[in-house]
Design a protein. Structure first.
Length: 224
């Protein structure tokens, strides 16, 4: 584990590392502001799907999806069961449903809450690890419980990449600390640096597959 800004994580071979295909994000208490910061910083041509679990009550009044859609450049939706996962989209787990990834599509479940949470970060992350294996990037942000720690460890065990918000920058540090205790994250970063590092990671290992007309826009948005 290393902390701070760095260009290419130790141990990643740019020629051998499989291309990443998905980013999964988990957050709880303090997550609204954290998601604003992270997702608003992603370029409108960020190439991967980003799937988010934010803990919220089943009767929550805030229309989180609509709020985030006004804040960020990428399309933001709540997926339907069996909907295909598309690149360059942000997907928010619907309230009171577990969200899983199966056969490159979404699956919604009303199974019992896991750790008192539905949607559960662990459920999403474990399904991503099983479906995408080493092509998964998992991100844990602020939160007041341990949800996501087991799921992030599952991503790491399949060869995926783990990013954790630095506890010092989190509104609540319990979730980042639990994730760090459960596995060895590849990056521990202040919240404001995560989007930039995600792009650098995707760009550095996906160089051969991400060459496209919008590439200059990516460089303009994120810099060198």
């Amino acid at each position: 584990m290393r902390s701070g800004r760095w260009a290419c994580p130790a141990g990643i071979d740019k020629e051998l590392k499989p291309d990443f295909e998905i980013v999964v994000v988990g957050t709880s208490t303090g997550g609204l502001k954290a998601l604003q910061t992270l997702l608003r910083s992603l370029s409108p041509v960020f190439p991967l799907p980003v799937v988010v679990v934010q803990h919220r009550g089943k009767d929550a009044d805030v229309e989180l999806c609509e709020f985030l859609a006004r804040e960020v450049a990428l399309p933001v939706t709540e997926p339907e069961d069996k909907e295909e996962i598309l690149p360059g989209h942000i997907y928010l787990a619907p309230r009171d449903y577990h969200l899983l990834l199966e056969n490159r599509s979404f699956a919604l479940s009303i199974d019992v809450p896991v750790g008192f949470a539905r949607p559960s970060i662990d459920v999403l992350f474990e399904s991503a690890a099983a479906e995408y294996q080493e092509k998964t990037i998992g991100v844990i942000l602020t939160g007041a419980n341990r949800d996501g720690a087991r799921g992030l460890a599952a991503i790491k065990s399949r060869g995926g990449f783990a990013v954790v918000e630095a506890p010092e920058s989190a509104v609540r540090r319990e979730m980042p600390e639990a994730a760090i205790a459960s596995t060895k994250p590849d990056l521990v970063l202040p919240l404001g640096e995560i989007a930039h590092e995600l792009f650098k990671l995707v760009e550095s290992v996906n160089t051969k597959t991400l060459r496209r007309p919008e590439e200059s826009a990516l460089t303009t948005h994120y810099g060198n």
